[in-house]
Design a protein around this ligand. Structure first.
Ligand code: SF4
Length: 236
């Protein structure tokens, strides 16, 4: 279901607008069903908490790439129990993973950007496309401060890669400090990897802990140039 909007039709939102208000505005302009992407990051857990009173209005999906760390499955289960929500899990297509691993091995993503993108496409992008198919838009926990690839992110965007769906990013302007303050104040469940130096968590072989002087997504595909460090879920 394409919303077929133009950027000029989307409202301007100032940096002080509460995430809940951003969600409500987005919901009202979406014109149809919504879904929220959840990777169980601190951003996504905080956003779930902020929007918990609206759970009846959207579905929540997660992608099991098959390469997550055990800690991610642990936090996923805790979050589902705490909020008593059903997580719509999506898996990559079995045949595509089998072909990839038979032909290129288990770590092809380390050999080139092209191979890394191929793996992300099979394990993340294709399942994402199925997850958002039939919706008018999707909600994310992305923040501007996370990396150079997100520095110009807007609270509302049009996802041209996925048929012109509305993308609602209620935490766009939140800082790292705001996020952790909210997490502590509300005693939210946290992936234990954050206590071991991880500041952004993705697939096990493509994520490492970061140093204090690095941006929070520096541990994702750290062998690549910073401007390439997106899996493709958030291409523009
Ligand atoms: S993050 Fe790494 S393992 Fe996960 S889908 Fe992308 S390339 Fe594959």
């Amino acid at each position: 279901m394409s919303t077929a909007r133009t950027l000029s039709e989307l409202p301007n939102i100032n940096a002080g607008t509460h995430p809940e208000e951003i969600y409500r505005i987005g919901r009202d302009i979406s014109g149809g069903p919504l879904t929220m992407a959840c990777s169980f990051s601190i951003e996504d857990v905080a956003l779930l908490d902020l929007l918990s009173k609206y759970f009846a209005e959207f579905t929540i999906f997660a992608i099991d790439t098959g390469r997550h760390k055990e800690e991610t499955y642990e936090i996923a289960d805790k979050v589902a129990q705490r909020y008593d929500v059903r997580i719509e899990w999506y898996f990559p297509k079995k045949e595509a993973v089998e072909k990839l691993e038979r032909e290129k091995g288990l770590f092809s993503f380390r050999s080139s950007l092209e191979n890394r993108k191929e793996c992300c496409h099979i394990r993340k992008l294709e399942p994402l496309q199925r997850a958002i198919n039939g919706t008018s838009g999707w909600i994310t926990g992305m923040r501007r401060e996370q990396s150079v690839t997100r520095s110009d992110q807007q609270p509302f965007e049009i996802d041209h890669v996925n048929g012109g769906l509305l993308k609602i990013n209620p935490l766009t302007y939140w800082t790292e400090n705001q996020l952790w303050d909210y997490t502590r104040e509300h005693q939210l469940p946290v992936n234990t990897l954050y206590h071991n130096g991880y500041t952004s968590i993705g697939c096990a072989p493509c994520t490492r802990a970061t140093q204090p002087d690095e941006d929070v997504r520096a541990g994702r595909w750290w062998w690549e140039d910073p401007e390439h460090r997106e899996c493709g879920l958030h291409r523009k």
